[in-house]
Design a binder for this molecule. Structure first.
Ligand code: SF4
Length: 653
């Protein structure tokens, strides 16, 4: 049984390390008294869960407590609005083990801290939680705040060493009298009030905190994790919104070297009087191997190719330039510039190429949108990043609304021993309706004028039965424009009072950039909630398919036009399929299909955002009928329906 120390005066719970360090309560200063509590009682969450639980939530919390509390890995799919955050915290807090809770957005950070506060308020406990954010969010020094992580870290170190930061006196331990839940704002205001750095204050608090909320990068980037002193061993890891975990893992283990970076790095070398020839040769090599069409090369030969181009072996170049990076930074500071070093980026790239398992990588020479030549060194295996992290933690929960199919998702992450569960939605299933139309498809072979017209007519007729707002998702922006043009010329889209309408609703089209999209979506939402409603046309994997919310009347209907398969013409997609096939015959094709259906499930998730929310779905492609088991369970309501050849609708099974 782990020891839990609770202050008898104010009830705040302390970790054993806090007790070792200081035997007085950090909130009220009273003497602490030891007591023992069981790790996890059967249904320990019952004392903490702040709401009346629904049956699926009970199942979820029992599983989390048993599997994750017992040190295992649970991959859990549960619909938006399920209450995953409150349920996970309620099930894990009674285990007495600290929790590292990784999130992807500020909104999620706020939600985790809010739920800990609600649990405390309703249960009378004082679990402490802190947002361990980056310097970019917590630094009070304007010079340092806007810099990328590594540069901010370097400048901060130099400023503190030279006593040039007025908040540089770091809090070495958590000060007394702080509220149990420390948000980003609390950290900043406390830092200002006490004249200490909020970033180091967060780090000091996090050492003995029950819930540490961190961005994903802190968990997967070993260097960042070491730099913020984030321990995973002995802690439970929660990876919220884990549906992109494979991509996050791959991104963390990949890097890019561009010609402009090499040019800037060469300038830096000149300034510290160091030969630039190897960098110039590297830039020439990239230029000579790049064309309009991206070119894939096996990673196994990349190191040799680069060494031949440079005329030296990579480890010696890395060593020489790592020393030059220090000189570049010192010179920039001396000149009053921020110590951003492009050379450091080159060193990191070469070190990754030199130190990685080549069979898990590919090299891609390609030109970016600005016309710059570059070399991508892409990791093909997400397990490389995810496996060690999950193994180090003392139990892990990976959860999201869209992980189906769970077995395959766990396989590509290398989590074969993980337990996988999909939980029934807590929404009223009878209100969620899903209709598959197998009469249409957007496969390239059948994508013709007649098919596009059939899809448009089907949408227009169904839209008449949708109250308020509806979203239509298309596989690509170009195809969306072709459909809208075709529907405009054959009467599916009509002009009414200066506005284009489909199915009697005004049409809005997702903006191509963030700003125009924000404005369009705001206008769409104003129309959508009125009785006439509105339609927003978007693309899968785009700005409105992930991270956007369309609760209640903002989306009562969602139409999926086609299945969002990744572009097979993209060499990286083909390389990924090939990589998985080498691991396990047929895995590549299964991954390709899973990836498409996960994007479709993500788009469907935009329409259900809360417990009382509901939405109707139309899946316009016969491939949905063939793979209905890949559609998330929560999206199937009380069972999918299918449109027959004669237009009649019947239950699929
Ligand atoms: S000590 Fe804190 S406030 Fe000062 S530069 Fe470093 S992060 Fe910023």
């Amino acid at each position: 049984m782990p020891i839990v120390i609770r202050c008898k005066a104010c009830e705040r719970t302390h970790m054993p390390e806090e007790y070792e360090e200081d035997r007085f309560c950090r909130s009220c200063g009273a003497l602490l008294v030891l007591e023992r509590r069981a790790t996890s009682t059967n249904g320990g969450w019952r004392k903490l869960f702040p709401y009346e639980p629904y049956a699926p939530q009970v199942e979820f919390m029992d599983d989390v407590e048993r599997i994750v509390g017992g040190g295992g890995v649970l991959v859990a799919e549960a619909c938006n609005g399920f209450g995953k955050t409150a349920s996970a915290l309620s099930a894990l807090l009674p285990t007495g083990r600290p929790i590292v809770y990784a999130t992807r957005t500020h909104e999620q950070v706020r939600q985790v801290l809010d739920e800990v506060s609600t649990i405390n308020d309703k249960s009378g406990e004082r679990f402490n939680a802190v947002n361990l954010a980056s310097r970019q969010h917590l630094c009070l020094n304007a010079e340092c705040r806007g810099l990328p992580n590594r540069e901010a870290q370097e400048l901060c170190r130099m400023l503190r060493e030279s006593d040039s930061c007025k908040w540089g006196s770091e809090a070495t331990s958590s000060p007394r009298g702080l509220p149990p839940v420390m948000t980003h704002k609390d950290l900043i205001s406390t830092g200002r009030r006490m004249g200490v750095c909020p970033y180091y204050l967060a780090r000091a608090i996090s050492k003995h905190c029950t819930v540490v909320v961190v961005p994903y990068a802190y968990v997967f980037d070993g260097q960042v994790r070491a730099s913020v002193d984030l321990e995973l061993s002995g802690r439970v890891l929660v990876l919220d919104e884990g549906h992109n975990l494979d991509k996050v893992g791959q991104e963390t283990m990949s890097d890019t070297l561009s010609e402009p970076t090499l040019d800037s790095a060469a300038e830096e070398l000149k300034a510290v009087r160091t030969p630039t020839k190897p960098l110039k040769s590297l830039a020439r090599h990239i230029r000579e191997h790049t064309s309009e069409v991206p070119t894939l090369r096996p990673a196994e030969t990349l190191q040799r190719d680069l060494e031949l181009a440079i005329g030296a072996d990579l480890p010696s170049v890395i060593e020489r330039y790592a020393e030059a990076v220090e000189k570049v930074r010192a010179l920039k500071l001396q000149l009053g510039d921020t110590p951003v070093s492009h050379l450091n980026g080159v060193v990191n790239f070469l070190a990754l190429v030199s130190g990685s398992s080549k069979e898990k990588y590919v090299a891609l020479y390609r030109r970016d949108q600005r016309g710059s030549n570059g070399l991508d060194y892409r990791c093909m295996d997400p397990a490389l990043a995810v496996g060690p992290v999950v193994e180090e933690a003392g139990g892990a929960l990976i959860m999201s609304g869209t992980l189906s199919p769970l077995d395959l998702f766990a396989d590509v992450l290398g989590l074969r021993d993980a337990e996988k569960r999909a939980y029934r939605p807590i929404q009223n299933s009878a209100k969620i309706r899903t209709v598959v139309d197998p009469r249409v498809t957007t496969t390239y072979r059948e994508r013709n004028g007649e098919m596009i017209l059939s899809i448009g007519r089907s949408i227009a007729s169904q839209l008449e039965g949708v109250d308020n707002g509806a979203l239509i998702f298309f596989p690509q922006r170009g195809f969306m424009s072709s459909c809208l043009d075709a529907w405009g010329s054959n009467g599916v889209i009509e002009a009414r009072r200066g506005r284009l309408n489909i199915g009697g609703k005004p049409i809005f089209i997702e903006g191509a950039d963030a700003r125009s999209n924000r404005e369009t979506v705001a206008r769409y939402k104003r129309f959508a909630v009125t009785p006439g409603g509105a339609v927003l046309c978007c693309v899968f994997r785009g700005r409105n398919s992930e991270g956007s919310n369309f609760p209640g009347r903002q989306a009562r209907g969602i139409f999926l036009v086609g299945v969002p398969y990744a572009n097979y013409g993209d060499p990286l997609v083909r390389a990924q399929i090939g990589y998985y096939d080498r691991l396990d015959e047929g895995l590549g094709r299964r991954w390709y299909t899973m990836d498409a259906f996960r994007a479709a499930n993500q788009a469907m998730g935009r329409g259900i955002r809360g417990r009382d929310d509901w939405c109707h779905y139309w899946l316009l492609d016969r491939r949905y009928a063939e793979n209905i088991d890949l559609v998330s369970e929560w999206a199937l309501g009380s069972g999918p329906e299918i449109i027959q050849a004669d237009g009649e609708i019947s239950r699929m099974f």
